[in-house]
Design a protein around this ligand. Structure first.
Ligand code: NAP
Length: 479
């Protein structure tokens, strides 16, 4: 019988582990969501002792927690932390782990490393006897850079872990607003009857960043916006907007509906890429932080045909969505940081308000910078003389609605579920692979057509042809 439980974080000194994973664990501890007997072991190559690792984690947690940092909680949390130095491709760190964790159950190993290490870590965990019946392994996106490499990684992982114990992380799914999307659609009668081609004109999904690639140039250059953002985060959001009601909230039921959406995506290949997609790459310009270099002039940069901006028009070929365009747009060095979904309803069939424009209803689901849901409806303005209309927003600010004082990190929910063994908020293998086959076809189309990224000035909304993409159909991007 195990005395304790252990969570092992591989890549524990890296950006993601310090910025997101360890602060999330601290907040879970603060709210008493961690098992009392849970210990947390960090693994990476940097040589340091437990105290030095705890000091690194403390810096990062304190920065994240700000006024919520509490010495008492920290001291409880610090008591859980230890560190094991070693190269994950060698046997040595696993021998040390096996010795240190011999009396522990290991519910979760979190792989916050490059995907190149996923297979070797899984294999070493198994051969060192660190994998128990209940052990799950969480892996970060991106899983590969195309369908084949994703299959190779999965095959390497599945040599040591059954597929239902591999938790594929897409942190967007840990965000409250994203889960709320499911509640909004399936816990209210209001929207579902309208949620189809008869009432919805088009949908926009945008992930706009003001930052450039900066220190991550060499990583980013081998991916680009299509693989780094569209393949995972944006297609996951599209699935939640477009999927049919699942019979229940079991992980398998939700995954099955999401895969159906991905399978219904109309292929965009060489014959369509020039009409349906726009690629861009930022040049030097100005943002709110002042003058910024172009993509190829970033530190470590060089000549490159990698896109930092993508806009595309997708179609879901099924009964519910036939003819409804889904516009997706993502880019770096854009004027605002905003992740949002806009569901634009059709205009009224006949307007009786001749003197004023009737703006169609619009449901806005914002994930960043704040999490909020807003419904734009038409309202009469208060003047006496005439009936004039103006769009008014019914605003549901989640922080105000639930009087929460703190906005959770998406990873808190994901780690909480992973420790409990719930797979609902993780991505199933066939979702990853179906998404890759759609994305691979676009990438191959770009190559075949020699469609290189168009330049755009940093601090603008991307190449002008991305406006043409929506305007051709009489719509415009909502910013
Ligand atoms: P990172 O900052 O480069 O961290 C990598 C970690 O792996 C470090 O702790 C590094 O520590 C360790 N490491 C590297 N080689 C190792 C080896 N041979 N043996 C043992 N440890 C090794 O990367 P990251 O940004 O945290 O990203 C980690 C993963 O998460 C990547 O797959 C990334 O794509 C994904 N991701 C990151 C973010 C983010 O915001 N950063 C967001 C989403 C997904 P040592 O150098 O000390 O060994």
């Amino acid at each position: 019988m195990a005395d304790k439980q252990a969570l092992v974080i591989f890549g524990a000194t890296g950006d993601l582990a310090l910025k997101m994973i360890t602060p999330s664990l601290y907040f879970l501890d603060m709210e008493h969501h961690l098992p009392d007997d849970l210990i947390i072991v960090g693994v990476a190559r940097s040589v340091m002792d437990d105290a030095a690792f705890a000091a690194k984690v403390r810096d990062s947690v304190a920065r994240h927690a700000g006024a919520d940092f509490n010495e008492e909680v920290w001291s409880r949390f610090a008591g859980r932390l230890s560190y094991c130095a070693g190269d994950v491709t060698d046997d040595a760190p696993y021998r040390k782990l096996a010795e240190r964790l011999k009396d522990c159950a290991i519910p979760l190993c979190y792989l916050s490393t490059s995907p190149d290490f996923f297979g070797p870590i899984a294999r070493h965990l198994k051969t060192s006897g660190l994998v128990h019946a209940e052990t799950r392994i969480a892996v970060e996106k991106p899983i590969g850079h195309d369908l084949q490499s994703s299959r190779d990684i999965e095959a390497a992982l599945e040599e040591s872990f059954p597929t239902d114990r591999i938790l594929r992380v897409d942190h967007y799914l840990g965000k409250d607003t994203v889960q709320n999307l499911i509640a909004l659609r399936f816990a209210n009668t209001l929207f579902e009857p309208l949620w189809n081609k008869d009432s919805i004109e088009h949908v926009q999904i945008s992930v706009a960043e003001t930052v450039g690639v900066e220190r991550r140039w060499s990583y980013y250059d081998s991916y680009g916006a299509l693989r780094d953002i569209v393949q995972n985060h944006m297609l996951q959001l599209l699935c939640l907007i477009a999927m049919e009601p699942p019979p229940d909230l079991e992980a398998e039921s939700v995954h099955a509906e999401k895969v159906k959406v991905l399978r219904s995506l109309r292929p965009i290949g060489a014959a369509e890429v020039e009409r349906e997609t726009v690629r861009g790459q930022y040049r030097k310009g100005y943002t709110e932080s002042g003058a910024v270099p172009g993509y190829t002039e970033e530190t470590g940069g060089g000549v490159s045909d990698t896109e930092t901006f993508v806009a595309l028009r997708a179609h879901i070929d099924n009964w519910r969505w036939a003819g409804v365009p889904f516009f997706l747009r993502t880019g770096k060095r854009l004027p605002q940081r905003a992740t949002q979904i806009v569901v634009q309803f059709k205009p009224v069939p006949h307007s009786i308000f001749h003197r004023t424009m009737n703006v169609p209803n619009r449901l806005l689901i914002r994930l960043q910078p704040q999490e909020e849901i807003a419904l734009q409806i038409m309202n009469k303005t208060p003047e006496l003389e005439a009936v004039r209309l103006a769009p008014v927003t019914l605003d549901l600010n989640l922080i105000d609605a639930f009087r929460t004082t703190r906005r959770r990190i998406a990873y808190e929910r994901l780690i909480f579920d992973a420790l409990k063994g719930s797979a609902f908020l993780f991505v199933r293998r066939d979702e990853v692979e179906t998404a890759w086959s759609w994305i691979d076809r676009i990438a191959a189309g770009w190559k075949e057509r020699d469609m290189r990224p168009l330049p755009y000035t940093a601090g603008t909304w991307g190449p002008s042809s991305s406006f043409a993409l929506t305007e051709r159909q009489g719509y415009s991007w909502v910013e």
